[in-house]
Ligand binder design. Sequence first.
Ligand SMILES: Nc1ncnc2c1ncn2[C@@H]1O[C@H](COP(=O)(O)OP(=O)(O)O)[C@@H](O)[C@H]1O
Ligand SMILES: [Mg+2]
Length: 268
Amino acid sequence: MIIQADDPIVEIHDLTVSYDKKPVLWGVDLTLPKGQLIGIIGPNGAGKSTLIKAIMGLIPNSSGYIKLFDDELSNVRDRISYVPQRETVDWDFPASVMDIVLMGRYGKLGIFKRPRKVDREVALDSLRKVDLEGYKDRQISQLSGGQQQRVFLARALAQQADLYFMDEPFAGVDAATEKTIIKLLREMTERGNTVVVVHHDLQSVTQYFDWVLMLNMRLVASGPTAETFNTEMLQETYGGKLTLLSEVGNLLKQGAFPSREKNEQVKS
Ligand SMILES: Nc1ncnc2c1ncn2[C@@H]1O[C@H](COP(=O)(O)OP(=O)(O)O)[C@@H](O)[C@H]1O
Ligand SMILES: [Mg+2]
């Protein structure tokens, strides 16, 4: 079930991505709306990270094309922010928390320029938003997983982008941190930013996301969560993973997924 966004901020047409000539994403065709909190779900190896990397131009497409803000990536790169999956980052890299967050300012600065006062202020403000102001001089390697995740979120905030891609920002964070982060993401979308999040906890999907994208090497569903996140689509996405599937099926039957109160947000 693929529902198109009225005034899309992301457009993907017939995208196929391969590693060593072996396709891992096939014929993905979708549009995403502006100003919403968007979830990407699907089993391990479904191509969730690959999709984001392809959008960010980090891996080449075998076919198809992607438009962002109705433009090419190269023209709008500084309006887009990317938070990679935590496991893929080298945390022994010698840098302080502040150094990492200031990296979010490079696009506005030029890489050889020294950060200005305003850049430091924005960076500090971003750290404050994730409750890490007091950690600015720590080495990133000394922080816990959840704290590192928040530093990366602060770096993305410091970039002051319009469109954010976050790959599993809740992986390895405790429940309190997850709550802080989701609140922050919600505030961002309320200000008109668009936030796309790879997510693996199916229980919180309806509570968190306005729009959901369900992936398993091909696109199974994309659309408002209330319309697309149902047993049939879950079955298509997770087919074969029976334990998980029956768990999800049962939860759906019990109505364990809360329904969205703010249905007006689902409009694109
Ligand atoms: N750099 C790579 N080289 C070869 N295969 C890769 C590479 N990265 C990912 N893959 C493969 O592509 C598929 C999709 O991976 P990925 O996008 O990381 O999935 P997800 O994020 O949904 O878990 C998997 O089968 C994975 O093994
Ligand atoms: Mg991944």
